[in-house]
Design a protein around this ligand. Structure first.
Ligand code: APR
Ligand code: ZN
Ligand code: ZN
Length: 361
């Protein structure tokens, strides 16, 4: 059977998104059909729409979602119809070198659904991050679904599917922030601010928010930062040193993606401290460092991808933290909107006015 549902589609590069009727097939082997409850509007959806992530149009946007499984295909045992799930970008294979080493978060053979969703005229859709959840129903690989408790606000827990997991995971998985360890976050936009909440969740007691925008610093303080540094007014490396007894932060999370902020992160860390790189640079960007400083300071520089998380472990763990009141996911939900307000939500996001607009289906 084919399901006709409403969905938000970017038909061509840089054009306003439109609401279309799309055709979603019943799940084949290894696939799941999911009734979407909520889907957050993420920067990556905007990148897709602007053509920054390939030229595969029409694109079915939306990838930060929660839903209820409505049907599963042959061979699917880990989820069943009626399960509340959070979706992730890619199912892991369980067999490659990374999976065999017990590091499935680095799986080399991730996959999405095999069958295609289409427009009514048969044109195949390219789903954002293999999900496509600005739709009443979507088709994914069963391994993209993680079952979670039903008694949690779907709009809040759905954010774990992308931005929140990336930011919190940078602190708790990649940075392995320890209780009482000083943490600095450079860049407190959508990603950095969540890393601050992650540092707080991990038990850091000195959390320094660095940005060039005073409003971002104020928001960061509401979500767990204990200190703010405006790097237009003060040298952030010196300020971080001063706030940490002259040593530097045990973990510095870079969430801008520019050479000068990479360099600040490098020098703001304590001896043997860890730098976590979340900000994505452009191909032409270069960074020059004295090798003696690289050698002499010890510690590590690690990039963080999707919070280095394994969704099947990370999502339920964070849902529990939320239910226990230790992680305020609702604080990230600025507004709840309908499918036809997504274009407006993109504008607000672009202006930095919202943390998250969440579509309720
Ligand atoms: N120093 C400190 N903060 C800066 C600087 C700087 N030199 N330049 C920009 N910023 C701040 C901005 O004021 C803003 O608050 O960095 C923040 C960037 O936030 P967003 O634009 O909301 O971007 P975000 O979605 O958080 O992503 C940040 O992480 O995932 C990557 O690709 C993403 O590289 C990007 C980075
Ligand atoms: Zn996203
Ligand atoms: Zn694998």
């Amino acid at each position: 059977m084919v399901h006709k549902v409403r969905a938000v589609v970017a038909k061509e590069k840089n054009a306003p998104v439109t609401i279309e009727t799309i055709l979603v097939p019943d799940p084949g082997p290894g696939e799941a059909l999911v009734d979407i409850l909520t889907c957050g509007v993420c920067h990556t959806d905007l990148h897709y729409k602007l053509g920054g992530i390939g030229e595969d149009f029409p694109s079915l946007l939306g990838h930060e979602a929660t839903g209820v499984v409505s049907a599963v295909g042959q061979g699917v045992t880990e989820i069943a119809p009626g399960d509340r799930v959070i979706l992730n970008w890619r199912a892991v294979c369980g067999q490659c070198r990374a999976c065999a080493k017990g590091q499935p978060q680095y799986c080399f053979n991730t996959h999405n659904a095999t069958q295609k969703m289409t427009l009514e005229d048969g044109t195949e859709l390219s789903p954002a991050l293999g999900i496509g959840a600005f739709a009443e129903k979507t088709l994914v690989a069963a391994g993209q679904c993680t079952k979670v408790d039903e008694d949690a606000d779907p709009a809040a827990v759905g954010l774990l599917g992308c931005g929140i997991m990336a930011g919190i995971g940078a602190a708790i998985n990649t940075g392995e922030v320890k209780r009482g360890e000083p943490v600095a976050v450079i860049g407190c936009g959508g990603v950095g601010i969540v890393a601050i909440a992650g540092a707080a969740l991990a038990g850091a007691t000195t959390i320094i928010a660095v940005d060039i925008d005073e409003n971002k610093i104020e928001m960061a303080k509401k979500l767990g930062a204990t200190h703010g540094v405006n790097s237009r007014q003060a040298d952030p490396v010196e300020a971080i040193r001063e706030l940490t007894g002259g040593f530097g932060a045990g973990v510095v999370i870079e969430a801008v993606g520019r050479p000068e902020t990479y360099k600040q992160a490098f020098y703001a860390r304590d001896l043997a401290g860890r730098v976590v790189l979340v900000g994505v640079p452009t191909p032409e960007m270069q960074l020059e460092l004295p090798l003696l400083d690289v050698f002499g300071r010890g510690g590590s520089l690690e990039s963080s991808w999707y919070g280095d998380c394994l969704p099947s472990r990370g999502f339920p763990m964070l849902v529990n933290q939320y239910k226990l009141g230790r992680l305020d996911l609702e604080a990230f939900v600025t507004e709840r909107i309908k499918l036809d307000q997504i274009e407006e939500a993109f504008h607000k996001m672009h202006e930095g006015k919202v943390l998250r607009s969440v579509v309720e289906l």
